[in-house]
Design a protein around this ligand. Structure first.
Ligand code: MN
Length: 263
């Protein structure tokens, strides 16, 4: 199974969460919310074959933590994975949007300058603006929208740009799930928990949420859960291949943009 957006370091018992992920053999993207947390979070998963740690600066923390953007840029060449980054236009965070835009633009510029990364993106109430900033840095890498909740036209635009999507249970159970899942190409879907913020009522690693998410996807794709599992693992393999190709990462968005312009 795959959990491509999980905050292992923020569980009440992070070591226990790592053990649960390992025991269940879940391929996990362990995202961070501040650059200062990166080293400790990476150490948490040790030499794990299935856990990758992403360097992040959460948009909801930008007001207090924007001073860590320098550290972010310094650490960036050491990793292929970035997240959680993005914009949050919700009423509690809209006040820091100008600063959030500045920080995200700088992060995307740095990602492009260091060969392109795999990016886990937060876009709550700001998907259009996140797309604008991504379009300005077509070599930033492969954007993966985590828990996309924006308007359908932004979803369509993200698909045209070559973006991927990590999908969790709250997204699958939303009213618009059917409309969204039908428009996302199956070869650009991964699953996520966003735990411990979502999917876990008791602070333990929510393996069952991943199983339920795959069941929900199977209903929409009109296939069985095994087929979903195969497709998702195939997607992850392809993503890893694109990362290995390195240079191809940065071309992903620009190629898709060209294709969209032609069609
Ligand atoms: Mn998150």
């Amino acid at each position: 199974m795959i959990d491509f957006h999980c905050h292992l370091d923020l569980f009440p018992k992070p070591q226990a969460a790592v053990r649960e992920v390992e025991a269940a053999r879940i391929y996990t993207l362990s995202v961070t919310t501040t650059p200062k947390a990166y080293a400790g979070t990476k150490a948490l998963s040790g030499p794990s074959k299935r856990i990758r740690t992403a360097l992040g600066l959460h948009p909801q923390l930008v007001r207090e933590r924007h001073g860590e953007t320098d550290l972010f840029c310094k650490l960036l060449p050491t990793t292929s994975y970035v997240g959680e980054i993005g914009l949050d236009g919700g009423s509690d965070y809209a006040g820091s949007l100008p600063l959030q835009r500045e920080v995200l633009a700088r992060i995307l510029r740095s990602c492009a300058a260091t060969g392109g990364k795999i990016l886990s993106l937060h876009s709550r109430h700001a998907s259009g603006e996140v797309l604008e900033l991504l379009a300005r840095e077509p070599s930033c890498g492969i954007p993966i929208f985590h828990w996309f909740s924006g308007p359908i036209q932004d979803l369509d635009r993200a698909v045209k740009m070559g973006a991927w999507f990590s999908i969790g249970l709250p997204m699958m159970r939303s009213k618009r799930a059917a409309a969204m899942i039908d428009r996302i190409p199956r070869n650009r879907v991964l699953t996520e928990t966003d735990a411990p913020f979502a999917s876990t009522p008791d602070g333990t690693y929510p393996k069952n949420a991943l199983l339920s998410t795959m069941d929900e996807i199977a209903k929409h794709w009109k296939c069985d859960t095994h087929e979903v599992r195969r497709t998702l693992l195939g997607n992850l393999t392809r993503l890893a291949e694109e990362k290995r190709k390195g240079a191809a990462l940065g071309r992903s968005i620009s190629l898709c943009r060209k294709a969209a312009a032609i069609s």
